[in-house]
Design a protein around this ligand. Structure first.
Ligand code: ZN
Length: 442
């Protein structure tokens, strides 16, 4: 397996060399190298920019957390108010119970008093009746007229008056007691009404407080969601940094490959020149050099002939395009989806260096390949590969048509397909270098 990868690496070195057109000059090569260096620098700059983005997000999180503290304090203050209000309601309930009991007690007392008054009235009526039967007022007169002396008469008058006054006094006292009780009952009823109105106010307050708590909790939920989102964004940026870092390494490797290729081209040119000189010398000696020429042509073809399709990129998998680049479900689809059933091999669309081979939460099992073609960096992305099917790791050199994995449906995917992206330049999270791959695929 290792040996095979090594030999593929050699093949790819040769085929990377094969991409250059034969009329490639040294000047153009130097330019392409400096262009590549520029692109690598761009990837590194982008990476340091991400660091300050992470710092900014972290300070935003701190801000969100302090907002959460404020809301939390407000909620606990409101909770305390609710408890206070509930205690006051309980207090009012106790007072209402007590007052209701008082009213009931007064009602009992009033009923008893009324009964006593009625009994007394009955008694007085009885007395009056018995007096009338035995002579009534006449009896009183008899009592008075039967006086033996004036002082006896005064005594008798006083006695009669006392009896009448006593009866009257009792009646009046009864009436007063009854009035007092009724007045007290009236007062207690007013008190009860006040208590009930206070209780209603407290219950209203409690409802208001609960409403405030619900709103604060809603706000808290929003803040927590925001914080969670922010952490997710930091993770995304960290993932981008990882991709950009390994991308820079891959670009460096591609540059090294291109330099090696140029050295090989120069050596080959030197060899051809030497051969031509030898041929010229041989031709000068014998006037026949046909067979020698055909041998040299075969040697050149072996070095420079492209072993793959004519296009800059080949199709990375068999299948049909189930989704094109463009707006889809309210978002822009950066990529094309190639779908097919069965075990579908995924191949490198061109020679290159694997800049990233890993499992992403969104892309699933994914491979990024950096290509250096005519002094231009391209990046291809192969996403949602079958679990465990990735055949190449970070830094691997791959050749066009080399199998790198199997079509799958890992990550944020619905159904088996290959999500394929092409970037003219390094991959970036904002995908500003993205190009529609269709015109490039041949
Ligand atoms: Zn897609």
């Amino acid at each position: 397996m290792k040996k095979q990868i090594l030999s593929l690496a050699i093949v790819s070195t040769l085929s990377l060399g094969a991409i250059a057109s034969p009329i490639y000059t040294n000047h153009a090569n130097a330019e392409s190298i400096s262009n590549l260096e520029k692109q690598k620098q761009e990837a590194l700059n982008k990476r340091s920019g991400l660091n300050s983005e992470i710092e900014e997000k972290k300070s935003q999180i701190t801000e969100i957390q302090s907002k959460q503290d404020t809301v939390r304090n407000e909620i606990s203050a409101l909770d305390k108010s609710v408890t206070d209000t509930e205690n006051r309601i309980a207090e009012k309930n106790a007072q209402i119970d007590q007052t209701t009991a008082e009213i009931k007690q007064l009602e009992v007392e009033i009923a008893e008093l009324i009964e006593r008054i009625e009994k007394r009235n009955e008694l007085l009526k009885e007395k009056a009746r018995s007096m009338q039967e035995s002579g009534g007022t006449v009896s009183y007169m008899d009592v008075l007229l039967g006086a033996q002396s004036f002082s006896d008469f005064i005594d008798r008058v006083n006695a009669v008056t006392t009896i009448v006054q006593a009866d009257k006094g009792i009646l009046e006292q009864h009436q007063k007691d009854k009035d007092d009780l009724e007045k007290k009952q009236e007062e207690v009823k007013t008190k009860l009404a006040n208590l009930q109105s206070m209780k209603r106010d407290l219950e209203d307050l409690k409802v208001q407080l609960k409403g405030k708590i619900a709103r604060q909790k809603e706000l808290m939920k929003e803040l927590e969601h925001e914080e969670h989102k922010m952490h997710g964004e930091i993770n995304d940026i960290a993932e981008q940094q990882k991709i950009l870092a390994s991308q820079a390494a891959a670009i460096e490797k591609a540059i090294a490959l291109e330099k090696k290729r140029q050295a090989e081209i120069a050596a080959e040119r030197e060899r051809q020149a030497k051969l031509a000189r030898e041929r010229a010398a041989a031709a000068a000696k014998q006037k026949n050099s046909g067979s020698s020429a055909s041998t040299s042509t075969a040697t050149v073809a072996e070095v420079s002939a492209p072993p793959v399709s004519n296009g800059m990129f080949m199709w990375p998998a068999r299948g049909y395009v189930s989704s094109n680049t463009g707006s889809r479900w309210g978002a822009y689809h950066f990529g094309i989806d190639i779908a097919s059933g069965g075990t579908v091999p995924i191949v490198a669309a061109a020679d290159g260096v694997v800049s990233q081979s890993y499992t992403s939460s969104s892309y699933g099992e994914v491979i990024f390949i950096t290509h250096s073609i005519d002094g231009q960096i391209y990046t291809t992305v192969y996403a949602h590969m079958r679990s465990g099917s990735r055949q190449v790791g970070n830094g691997a050199v791959v050749s066009k048509g080399q199998r790198i994995g199997t079509m799958g449906s890992t990550g944020q995917s619905t159904g088996q397909h290959l999500h394929f992206e092409l970037h003219k330049g390094p991959w970036t999270a904002d995908k500003r270098n993205y190009v529609n791959p269709i015109p490039y695929l041949r």
